[in-house]
Ligand binder design. Structure first.
Ligand code: HAM
Length: 420
């Protein structure tokens, strides 16, 4: 017997039902905000992520499934979608003619993290990216989509939105100096990772989970207090549009992101229902990334949600059934087997989901199969019915039953389903 690879998992049964529902709602919501679906490859040249995400981030330093292909090309399973879609945007020159472009993507991502509840080595993200809009109105709209998703999925009661501004290349150098000064004074108390981060990426220290580092960071200077005028004005704008959109949010000056490309607005939708893995969705602005990956100076902003975590939140409210078909046809070998395959076809052609027992088991067993499949109607084709060219249709909700002519069965069921 083979076992799956550590950190990878199988999704089936009830979870897969929730998954389908979540994907449907995500797509409907993205469409309602005028986003177009983008299908991206799962494998990219490793350099796309090294440059895009940043060489001193956890993802690039230790979490990528990266390897040398047989032809010597260095490739990696994508750990996220943003660097990938920016590569595609630049490679396909989608910045011509200049416009605001809005895309979404759904698919698996891979990070070699330590697996735990809500954290997997293959997980699925649904993300959006906007290219070509620099003002605060789009930031607020993007955050609004993330919140709207939670509302449409019915999980808004479990989440809250945290926002922050983490400055830009203009204000960051002076802020970094202050931060490095502060942490240098507490060098002895920092963990090994943070000591490494100190010179190259000091803001990441604020995100360290080590208890000692956490104590020190409490009094560390925050980017929000050291913004340049441009960033200050931008953040004020974001907040005022969020207020206009009535999106509830908290300002969290300690929130920094684990990827290097962010400037100005950063946000996370968090929950306290999934243990240590609090982030259900997160994102921010990344104005320099398109240029960094070889494109023109086009601003960008977006977020990604973790579908595995969203599904886990949705499953806290048990409402879905494992399966739900419209009709199950009960039939008998040599009596109604041919009639049954025809009725099932008739129903399916009319857009009614239907199934039957192709092994023609005993009637009791077939009824239990109907039940297991969550059939709304059971259609019995017995000897009596066959003599009259009819079928007995049982409504599994009300328990009532009616005898219907076989040729009318599709219309009868369609009509009943419409009225429901
Ligand atoms: P991220 O914060 O690394 O951002 O990931 C976004 C979301 O993906 C997280 O909030 C979480 O829900 C989910 N996620 C991440 N890692 C795991 C994991 N190991 N297991 C399960 N779920 C996970 C990004 O990836 C950015 N590309 C977001 C973005 C888009 N920023 C701008 N545009």
């Amino acid at each position: 017997m083979y076992k799956k690879v550590k950190g990878f998992r199988d999704i089936y049964g009830l979870e897969s039902r929730y998954w389908q529902k979540v994907e449907k709602i995500l797509k409907e919501t993205f469409n309602s905000f005028n986003y177009q679906e983008f299908y991206l490859p799962v494998l990219e040249k490793t350099e796309v992520f090294n440059r895009g995400i940043g060489s001193t981030t956890d993802i690039v330093e230790k979490e990528m499934f990266a390897f040398e292909d047989r032809d010597g090309t260095h490739v990696a399973l994508r750990p996220e979608g943003t660097a990938s879609i920016v590569r595609a945007y630049v490679e396909n020159k989608l910045y011509n003619p200049p416009a605001t472009s809005k895309y979404y993507y759904i698919g698996p991502m891979f990070r070699r993290e330590r697996p735990q509840k809500g954290r997997f080595r293959q997980f699925t993200q649904a993300g959006i990216e906007v290219f070509g809009s620099a003002g605060p109105a789009i930031d607020a709209d993007v955050i609004c989509i993330l919140y709207k998703l939670a509302e449409n999925l019915g999980i808004d009661k479990y989440v809250s939105m945290e926002i922050n501004s983490i400055g830009c290349p203009e204000c960051r150098p002076a802020y970094y100096e202050k931060l490095i000064d502060y942490f240098t004074d507490h060098k002895e108390e920092l963990c090994e990772d943070c000591l490494r981060r100190l010179d190259k990426n000091p803001m990441r220290i604020l995100d360290c989970k080590n208890p000692n580092c956490k104590t020190i960071t409490k009094l560390a200077p925050v980017a929000l207090d050291h913004l340049c005028d441009g960033c200050e004005e931008h953040f004020t704008g974001v907040k005022s549009y969020l207020d206009a959109l009535e999106v509830p949010y908290n300002i969290n000056p300690m929130m920094v992101r684990g990827l290097d490309y962010y400037v100005r607005t950063a946000f996370e939708m968090v929950t306290d229902k999934l243990g240590a893995q609090a982030a259900v969705g997160a994102g921010g602005r990344y104005d320099g990334l398109i240029k960094l990956l070889g494109g023109p100076e086009v601003p960008g902003i977006g977020f990604a949600t973790g579908i595995d975590r969203i599904v886990a939140l949705c499953m806290l409210d048990e409402t879905e059934k494992e399966n739900e078909i419209d009709a199950f046809v009960v039939s008998f070998k040599d009596i109604s087997d041919k009639a049954a395959v025809k009725v099932v076809k008739l129903l399916r052609d009319a857009g009614i989901s239907a199934d039957m027992d192709y092994d023609f088991r005993k009637m009791k067993k077939q009824f239990s199969l109907a039940d297991k499949n969550g059939a709304r109607f059971t259609i019995v084709l017995g000897e009596d019915e066959m003599a009259k060219n009819t079928a007995t249709v049982r409504d599994m909700e009300s328990g009532g039953q009616e005898e219907i002519e076989i040729s009318n069965i599709n219309e009868y069921i369609s009509d009943k389903l419409r009225r429901n």
